[in-house]
Design a protein around this ligand. Sequence first.
Ligand code: PGA
Length: 255
Amino acid sequence: MRQKFVAGNWKMHGSKASVEALMAGLIKQADQAGAAKIAVCPPSLYIDQVVTALRNAGCENIAVGAQNMTTEPDSGAFTGEVSARMLKDVGCEFVILGHSERRAMFAETNEVVAEKVKTALENDLTPILCIGETLAEREAGKLEAVISEQVEAVLSVVGIDAFAKIVIAYEPVWAIGTGKTASADQAQEVHAFIRGQLAKSNPQVAEKVVIQYGGSMKPVNAQELMAQPDIDGGLIGGASLKAEDFIAICQAAGA
Ligand code: PGA
């Protein structure tokens, strides 16, 4: 039985004041969040503030992740970059890698994403590996080819056993921030396909991999999506910026 996992991707949103308010709301409601594993992924600058707020409140059921990191693991002359070691140092357990916004706007290729996954694993961070197709790719019948390539690029670098420590987030690009969610059936079909891809290398590992759905997941559709047999949680953008909505989605994961 896979534990459901709900993570909030705050993207480039927030200020010291809004982070303080959001954390106060999450901490207040954390004990009603149910049995799912929960994480929040703030912008890097606010990670320390979030970790400190959780520690001061004695709140142990919310973990913290980052939204990106560089392939260089430690330190060096890489102006503007953040390393895996730094993320560990400030208290991160997770790091989102290969989000479609980074692939599209910051030229992250499958190869770069695979290197980042490897670096994260070597530094004891759990990658949340984002994959997903654009609308044009889906309409051109390339859905399975795109997903396979994205999975295979990482598989060929880290090997199947490493997937026991990787979370996958299936995020159809056309559903991100658009209000258009994949239907539960559409999402389930792709999740099963992803698990099937991994099962070709090792069925036991494939069975254990947590595969989140992401793309306009909200309290109103979360339960139906997460009730699907291969949907093991959610990566939540917009709805993770409101404590009430995020906690409601966490509750739906346990329902
Ligand atoms: P959304 O974003 O929930 O706002 O669609 C999801 C994501 O990009 O991770």
